[in-house]
Design a protein around this ligand. Sequence first.
Ligand SMILES: *Cc1c(COP(=O)(O)O)cnc(C)c1O
Length: 416
Amino acid sequence: MEHFAYRNFELCCERVSLPALAADVGTPAYVYSKAALLESLLAYERAFAGVPHVVCYAVKANSNLGVLGTLAKAGAGADIASGGELYRALRAGIPPKKILFAGPGKTREEMRDALKADILMFNVESAGELRVLDAVAREMGVRAPVALRVNPDVDPQTHPYIATGLKSAKFGVPLAEAVATYEEAARLSGLEVVGVQMHIGSQLTRTAPWADAVARLAALVRTLRERTIDIRVVDVGGGLGIRYREETPPTHAEYATVLLPVLRELGVTVLVEPGRSIAGNAGVLLTRVLYRKDAGAKRFVIVDAAMNDLIRPALYDAWHEIRPVDEARLGGPVETVDVVGPVCESGDFLAKDRRLAAAEEGDLLAVMSAGAYGFAMSSNYNTRPRAVEVLVDGSGYTIVRRRETYEDLVAGETIL
Ligand SMILES: *Cc1c(COP(=O)(O)O)cnc(C)c1O
């Protein structure tokens, strides 16, 4: 997270001082670094430069139009999981021919919208979905380009909620059924079979599961080619982990090195769907200390951000580094605290039993590595307006989503 560093004793995002930013836009605030976003995208571009490829950013990680537009301008495609994400990707200027549509529950309406937009590919997750997509495409007089999401049954060794490539997962078609499902797809005249896809999990910190999975996928591609089903595209999914604490995930280059020999031999176009590894370390959640509270057995630091703003600690037991924005605090006393929000739930915490530089009321804290699955998973629980989002570029910044107002929160509701 080198784009977030102390200058003149204040934590900055690029060249913008976070205390100055907080004074201007308020807290809680999500703050993103444009340079960090582009750096990771370009690292993928470089790592896969040796093969035809498209980096399809997984929109669900951070779907802000300012973020998407920045990535679109730098050449990114999009991996979308809903009609809403299709709308965002198109609004942000991502070319339709760089958009992939993923997810196990696409509706007919979403399929129609994506066919109308003429996207690159549908990643289909079941035989039932294949038949519906075929029918929708034929009604429209077009052919839908498809890949089957194959479940390679490998253990990605990550949190169970984000492990998706095991036999027991709801995702994809089991490898054992893949050939039969492809043969059915090849017979459907509304479909054009172009590829195979996998996505084995998220926050992966070892390359071995990918090596296993891509070898299984390559064997499938060869079998399909023997049966005259010509696979031209292999989509290896997303999932590259980031450093939250002491993880040492592979670099973009190490990740590509594991996949590329197999893919090059197949002579395919390679698609990657990174989300977290692009946005995660490009953002922080900036929050202010409201109160300190000593409850005898425990000490609490109560801040103005809560589980509705960042649910990862409550949902996945995720660990986010918390830094004082005032660097001078680092020279002072240290204490063990729970950092909690104002929401009426015991699960409303950002950190538990954490050794932190003692923070006083009014202090700013930065919850690090919050650029992915942060704002995107936020809610209005407790009728809390969602935070403002700011995109920093050098010494300037843009409010890319204004803080919600109370009016926003009741818009669309009716009193009888
Ligand atoms: C969530 C998801 C991704 C992105 O995963 P990251 O771990 O954020 O890189 C990519 N592809 C699919 C199908 C997904 O569901």
